[in-house]
Design a protein around this ligand. Structure first.
Ligand SMILES: Cc1ncc(COP(=O)(O)O)c(C=O)c1O
Length: 408
């Protein structure tokens, strides 16, 4: 398997000065230790290179933060133009209202926007706005859904006390009865219900909303005066230029966006409806770098490009090509794959597998063939994935399936 001496050496050094060496979702333990590289060197379009000089066709796109492709020239040009003027000042720059105007023009229900740096900043702020507006404490969320690393929602257990989650209640995805039961139990106490537009847990199939599920959730929330918060951080602007709610026919009160927004420049946003404007002004929101004009300029250019190129249509097309090609390549070696989630962000597994061992081995072999496919997380496509890249990825995957079949 791969020879990754530079990655290993950096990890050895890091382990002395950084707890765990690499932490969070990039930790080797969360991927394939020894098979995936630990450190990246550079990237371009839909490819990146690790510190050992190995090249990968990338289907994770920086875990979704790259929507147009690494180093997209339009975004880079906008960022470097702003960088020459400055990044963080004592005041926001003119790009901030311009970006808020752009977002509220793109997203139909939104009357205002605020900005942060990460998804967690926005989901936590949004639930505070819900609490401020309603004067209630409780939040409903979907079991197994990821909304970030703050104490109310982290999937980790370190440093969490029971009070952090004592007002957070979970229901299974697509389960209206469970929502009604929680509401009946806590009537008048629930401030907000937060969900993603489709359920995309790690280590599991993605689940689309059943027909009418999200409009019915909206109706229940409206009736009970519970704010409906859409966490569109992962899917936002990948499924529809106007936000994912337009695909599933419902309207949230607040929606949080992040990953596709800046093509690698760190920015997140929450958009909201008019009646929440005053509550929004009451929930203190700031950060040392949060007015950073470079990310905002990059985001403005990125959104313009998402709109001009109809990014969601492209992602659907190349994602479908990838899924069909991988299914065919797998079947040549007697494997049957199951794909879930939208083609723009597919999750793949072996049909007959009850653990992830075969999938992990396949992804390790694919990485060795120069294609980065994750065994535990949904993948991402970008504007830079063209038909040639998809064909090359399928060829590499075919070689990986062939090796897997020999090994088994
Ligand atoms: C659906 C969803 N919500 C929230 C977050 C948290 O975003 P961040 O990691 O930028 O804090 C993520 C990150 O993956 C996410 O996918």
């Amino acid at each position: 398997m791969p020879n990754l001496p530079e990655s290993m050496e950096l990890f050895r050094r890091a382990s002395k000065v950084i707890p765990g060496g690499i932490y969070g979702h990039a930790s080797p333990a969360a991927g394939l230790p020894g098979a995936f590289p630990y450190y990246a060197e550079k990237a371009n379009g839909c490819r990146y290179w690790d510190v050992d000089g190995r090249e990968y066709l990338d289907f994770m796109c920086g875990y979704g933060t790259i929507s147009l492709g690494y180093g997209n020239p339009i975004v880079e040009e906008a960022a470097s133009r702003q960088r020459k003027k400055g990044s963080v000042f004592n005041h926001p720059s003119a790009v901030m209202p311009e970006l808020a105007e752009k977002l509220t023009e793109l997203v139909d229900f939104a009357d205002w926007a605020v900005f942060g740096k990460n998804g967690s900043d926005m989901t936590s702020w949004a639930i505070q706005v819900a609490r401020e507006f309603t004067g209630r404490k409780k939040i409903l969320k979907v079991q197994g859904a990821y909304h970030g690393v703050d104490p109310w929602c982290t999937p980790g257990s370190g440093g969490i006390i029971e009070e952090d989650v004592s007002h957070i209640h979970s229901f299974p995805w697509n389960d209206l009865d469970a929502i009604q039961t929680l509401i009946a139990r806590h009537r008048g106490e629930i401030a907000g219900l937060i969900l993603t537009p489709f359920h995309h847990p790690a280590f599991g199939d993605s689940q689309m909303p059943e027909k009418g599920f999200l409009p019915k959730v909206q109706k229940i929330c409206n009736k009970e005066e519970i704010l409906l918060i859409l966490d569109d951080i992962r899917a936002g602007f990948r499924l529809a230029v106007g936000g994912s709610h337009t695909v599933f026919d419902f309207e949230p009160d607040l929606a949080c966006y992040c990953k596709a927004l800046g093509n690698g420049y760190n920015i997140s946003a929450t958009l909201g409806r008019e009646h929440l404007r005053i509550a929004a002004t009451k929930v203190f929101l700031t950060g040392s770098y949060w007015n950073d004009a470079v990310s905002m300029a990059a985001s403005l250019a990125c959104l313009g490009e998402i709109q001009a190129s109809n990014l969601p249509a492209h992602l659907e097309k190349v994602g479908s090509l990838l899924i069909n090609g991988l299914s065919r390549a797998a079947s040549e070696y007697g494997f049957k794959m199951v794909f879930s989630g939208p083609p723009a962000m597919p999750f793949m597994r072996f049909q007959d597998e009850t653990n992830f061992f075969k999938l992990q081995r396949f992804c390790a072999l694919a990485a060795n063939e120069g294609v980065f496919l994750h065994p535990h997380h949904n993948w991402f496509l970008s504007a830079a994935h063209d038909e040639l890249a998809i064909t090359q990825a399928i060829e590499a995957a075919r070689r990986a399936f062939a090796k897997l079949s020999e090994e088994l």
